[in-house]
Design a protein around this ligand. Structure first.
Ligand SMILES: *[C@@H]1O[C@H](CO)[C@@H](O)[C@H](O)[C@H]1NC(C)=O
Length: 260
């Protein structure tokens, strides 16, 4: 009897934390791998972590994975994923040059108890801001978004603050942005730099534009933050700004803006 109750106590102690200790890098990596495979296959069926009560949007409109972009098989040239273990969320960038549906796609997934409960996708295509997937691919391949060594990592707060400063200066020109040198901005398919040591991202930002409704995915190990936002006020264009921060300064910016 005593042994049994000790055993059952022990079982409870082991089982209880399991439900909440499920936001690990390997869970998030598994889900993004499934997501990329699903987009390649044209079916969401293989995304094992997908919740039955998934909240899914495409270009900020309610949609379904069964009828949305995931239902189209795409030949993907390039992918990049980042992992936020604090918010339990991921961001994945997909570049597709194939003539079937040239597109650059950004997807944020958010997890609850190990399941994807929210998925937001931006699909940019012909007609969207500076759309040129061959150029996006060319430049993305030259960049270094690999793991930042432990000793050089920025905190979550520093990474987010750098992104917010950049996004705030669209409205408020007094904001101090921690520009890096070099810094390169890949805006749709347009590159601000030439891939040289003196490249600058401080090359003209429009005035008086509110970037609101910001949704963050922050990965300290990669020094990245992706921000989904509404470009130009609450009913503005669906937009993603992704940043790579190195030693507190902006190294790369990738943008997607849906116009159509
Ligand atoms: C999905 O989430 C959005 C917020 O991101 C919310 O406005 C919307 O009501 C949700 N949809 C459903 C069906 O819960």
């Amino acid at each position: 009897m005593l042994l049994l109750s000790i055993l059952s106590l022990a079982a409870t102690a082991i089982a209880a934390p399991r439900a909440i200790a499920d936001c690990t890098r390997s869970v998030l990596e598994g889900a993004t791998a499934d997501y990329i495979a699903a987009q390649t296959a044209g079916s969401s069926a293989g995304i094992k972590a997908l919740s039955t009560s998934l909240n899914y949007t495409e270009n900020d409109k309610a949609a379904t994975v069964a009828t949305g972009i995931l239902a189209t098989a795409l030949k993907i040239d390039h992918t990049k994923s980042t992992y936020d273990l604090t918010a339990c969320a991921t961001y994945t960038e997909l570049i597709i040059t194939d003539t079937k549906l040239p597109s650059v796609i950004g997807t944020q997934m958010r997890f609850t108890n190990g399941q994807v409960t929210k998925m937001q996708t931006l699909v940019t295509k012909k007609g969207d801001w500076l759309f040129d997937p061959a150029s996006t691919l060319k430049w993305a391949k030259t960049e270094d978004w690999t793991t930042i060594p432990d000793a050089k990592r920025d905190t979550r707060a520093v990474i987010q603050a750098a992104a917010d400063a950049y996004l705030d200066i669209f409205k408020d020109k007094t904001v101090k942005v921690p520009w890096g040198t070099p810094c390169d901005r890949l805006e749709g398919g347009s590159y601000t730099g030439k891939g040289t040591a003196t490249d600058s991202c401080n090359v003209g930002i429009p005035n008086n534009i509110d970037l609101v409704n910001r949704r963050y995915v922050i990965d300290e190990t990669l020094g990245t933050v992706d921000v989904f936002l509404s470009f130009g006020g609450p009913t503005g264009r669906p937009d993603s700004h992704e940043f790579r921060i190195e030693s507190g300064k902006i190294r790369y910016v990738h943008t997607l803006t849906v116009m159509t």
